[in-house]
Design a protein. Sequence first.
Length: 92
Amino acid sequence: MNYKTEEALGILQEECAEVIVEVSKIRRFGLETAHYKSDMNHTHRAMLEMEIGDVLALVDILLEQGILDQDRLDLYKQQKKDKLKLWSKIYE
């Protein structure tokens, strides 16, 4: 693995952790509450969008590097949605 891929994966790992933190804060404080560290009065929803945007940027980079394949990502996304339709209440 080259250093660019190694760096992209490391940053992706950090960004995923930041999404986890933000989801925890939303569950604790609410979606529309002011973000606990924000000087700009962002809501937790806005911060979640920013963090997920960061993750998506890293996904794009890994696609550009040929580490990920868009067709397989699309397939796995659909498979996950199909499982959720069976095993969760998200689609009710």
